[in-house]
Every structure is written in C-alpha cells, then in structure tokens.
Design a protein around this ligand. Sequence first.
Ligand code: BTN
Length: 251
Amino acid sequence: KRNLNTEIIGQEIIYYKEIESTNDTAKRLAQSGVDEGTVVIAEEQKRGKGRLGREFCSPLGGIWLSCILRPDIKPTLATRATYIASLAIVKTINKLSAVDAKIKWPNDILIGDKKVSGILTEMGAELDRVDYLVVGMGINLNFSLDNFDESLHNKVTTIYHETGKKVSRVEFVQALLEEIERIYYKLNNFEEILEEWKAYSYTLGRIVKIDSKREEIIGEAIDIAEDGALLVKVDDKVRKFYSGEVSLCHQ
Ligand code: BTN
C-alpha cells in the first residue's frame, strides 16, 4: 500500500481482518479527532451496515472500507461525498475489470441491472458546519454469488461472477483511493464532478418510480440539481427529490 500516490486519502490506513462495521469504527475514530483521509478497511464485516438500517453482506474477498473526510462545508452539501465515492468506484471498477458499470442514483453501482457496490455516508456536524463525513464503500469483488440468499440473485452481483476473474484487492484499493482524492480536490467545483458523473449515470433519461412516505410518483429522471437532488419530470412539472426521503425503482 506504500505505492499509494496520494497526499490525503489513505495516508493513514487502519486494517482489520474482521470487524463489525468499518463505518462504526471510522465514526468513533473521527469523533476522537483522527486526521482527514484516514481509511478503515476490513477483510470481512460481521455486521456491515446498509442504507435504511439494512444489513450489508460483506464476506471475505470484497472491499469494505470507510474513509474519513473533513470538508469545510455546510451539512446540506454532504451528499457531494456520495457523488465523489460513486464516481471513484465506477471508474475504478471499469478500469480494473472489463465491465461497464453504471451509477444508480444516489449511491448504488450496477453492472447490467444488478448491484455490485453500495455507499453509506454518515456525518457528524457542529452548528452549521460538517465536522466529519464517514464515507463507507462496499464493493463485491472476488467472491461468488453463493454468498447471497437465492432470492437476491437477480438483484446483486459480484465482479468475479461477471468476469470470472479476480482483481488484486491491493491494486483496487490503491486505484480507488487515488481516484477519490483526485475528485475530492474538486469538491468546491461540483459542476465539474457532476459533468463526469453523468457519463456513468444509469438513472438519467429513464422512467423512475419514486416511493416516498406520502406518495408514489412516476416520472422521467432528467437531471441532477446543484445541491445533488434528482430532478424528475412528472406530468409537465419538474420536481426535486432528495436521497433521504425517497427510494428509487427504475421501470
Ligand atoms: C447500501 O447499499 O445500502 C450501502 C452499503 C454500504 C456498505 C459499506 S461496506 C463498508 C462500510 N461499512 C459499513 O458498515 N457499511 C459500509
């Protein structure tokens, strides 16, 4: 890992063979004041956390890591971290394995229509500033579909399942952290990040179904707003949706 060509991200890497959740450990470290760029990585998670309180299957062979960021931004802009992570993951996957992965807004990476990676960003904030972001990334790399319940086989996949080839985990992590740093430097130039992100979007241009607490809406996903919201054309009106309040199905 010492070949890592970064100035911030991964300057400190804390490695576990086994852990409950890298996000939980990274949050504790962030609260105790460790430097920005610190990465917590584990070979295996016993209680990987997914979004919406779900459990995230994290067996041996995958990449399970959390990166601590301390950007000087307002909490409302924290979703930018998810854009950075999704772009970095999709670029790394496509570079190191012969697949054409795409980003499903807001935070899943798909190969074809199946999920290969997920992101869980957690935040600590003080007053109106971000104190830390823990960006948790899980990538189904070198293991087979047998690790998943059969009912999920049409929903999730792994890079190994798709290509029949294993990718060096060290090489993957190195490329990923370098990519994260490159994009992180553009944090205050979100337009530029979005431009790149859109080229990998699975969602834009598609008809989507939005499930929020109150309603179920069907419309066309047309763009991303400056604040990271998804813009959906419903009948003849454009509406904004935020990742926290909706779940998205593609039709
Ligand atoms: C999701 O798709 O619902 C988000 C999954 C995020 C999983 C990663 S794996 C590393 C980090 N530690 C966790 O406990 N979760 C994230």
